[in-house]
Design a protein around this ligand. Structure first.
Ligand code: MUC
Ligand code: MG
Length: 366
């Protein structure tokens, strides 16, 4: 079996409401469906989300990177030669989500070829994951209403509060959510690097009082001393996300004590690189969380397959619900969240089945 071609299909699905966070906002899911075809007729698939503010990639740059670099590097390769694939793709610098999607689509092929779900091939630890609901910044009261509605409808027990714009508003949101939701829900914050170290330090009493479990990207990663100063003043672990995208960055962040936990996003490190990150973090005694790159349903299936595979990635709730923000999706069968959990699919590969009519409708290249 050989990889015969790789196709990159850009598509765009409007969001129900614009998603805003510290420095950016999006109003549509501008994603790319990556399809790896083999000479014996298998098709592996994955989703690459364009996130210019995080990785400097656009929908067009993802398509170009795949057409011009990743595809020539991979065509002709045996999909099972994973280490050769990893080596070839590692020389194509940056382009995180393009590389991540090609890697996941190759794993989808491998699962189909072996007749096994990818979550089993990777580790097969859990058959479901708890799901986090992300509360994007609105008024504190608006967030409470949303959290209560989502808890009622889907059974969520963990909420991530998007912060990082205005420390006063952030403090009010954290206090109000804890007071209104009670002590039996887990709350953590994600500032997308929006606070200065001094602002974050001044907010620590509020975070500690409210029992916030993790501080995700509180301050700019490119100011390592500020981050280390913050970390030294709190027992709440700092969860490294967009500042820790590669193995070397992760090692540096952990050893310099800028991050005490690591977010794994399969959208940016695929399955192959993410698997190594799991091993490195376990060895260093650092906890893991499955993050979302604001994935649609196809990307969410990748996060779920990977997160459920390992003990250390399935123990805490994963960010598996961003697709609820999209007005529609290209996955044929909608994903289900019940009692705060999402169950793995028991199908060969990642289990992605695309609704071709919807893809034809939302694709932006034809
Ligand atoms: C998150 O966890 O930060 C927002 C920006 C980004 O890169 O990912 C999202 C969610
Ligand atoms: Mg984040």
């Amino acid at each position: 079996m050989k990889i015969a071609s790789i196709e990159a299909v850009p598509f765009s699905i409007p969001l129900r409401n614009p998603t805003g966070f510290a420095h950016a906002s999006i109003s549509a899911a501008d994603h790319v469906l990556v399809r790896v075809r083999t000479d014996d007729g298998l098709v592996g698939q994955a989703e690459a989300p364009a996130r210019p503010f995080t990785y400097g990639e656009s929908q067009q740059s993802i398509v170009t990177a795949i057409d011009e670099w990743f595809s020539p590097a991979m065509v002709g390769l045996d999909p099972l030669a994973r280490e050769v694939a990893r080596d070839r793709m590692s020389w194509l610098v940056h382009n995180h989500t393009a590389r991540g999607a090609v890697d996941m689509a190759v794993w989808d092929v491998i699962g189909q070829a072996l007749g096994q779900p990818v979550h089993r091939l990777l580790g097969g630890y859990a058959d479901a994951m708890s799901v986090v609901h992300i509360l994007f910044a609105s008024s504190p009261e608006g967030m409470v209403d949303e959290a209560n509605e989502m808890r009622e409808r889907y059974g969520f027990g963990t909420f991530k509060i998007k912060t990082g714009k205005d420390p006063k508003v952030d403090a009010a949101a954290v206090r109000t959510l804890r007071a209104e939701l009670g002590d039996d829900v887990e709350l953590y914050i994600d500032s997308n690097k929006g606070w200065s170290a001094d602002q974050a330090i001044a907010l620590l009493p509020v975070m500690e009082e409210a029992g916030i479990s993790m501080l995700e990207e509180p301050t700019p990663a490119l100011e390592p001393l500020g981050r280390r100063r913050l970390a030294a003043r709190t027992s709440i672990p700092i969860l490294g996300d967009e500042s820790v995208t590669r193995m070397g960055d992760i090692a540096t962040q952990i050893l310099d004590d800028h991050s005490q936990m690591i977010s794994i996003k399969t959208a940016r490190t695929g399955f192959s690189e993410s698997e190594r990150i799991v091993g490195m973090c376990e060895g260093l005694g650092v906890g893991l969380a499955m993050g979302s790159q604001m994935d649609g349903m196809v990307g969410t299936l990748g996060t779920l397959a990977f997160g459920a595979a390992f003990k250390s990635t399935s123990e805490r709730a994963g960010e598996l619900d961003y697709f609820l923000q999209l007005t529609d999706d290209i996955l044929a069968e909608p994903l289900v969240i019940a009692d705060g959990k999402m169950a793995v699919l028991d199908r060969p590969g990642v289990g992605i089945e695309i609704d071709e009519d919807k893809l034809a409708h939302y694709r932006v290249d034809k």
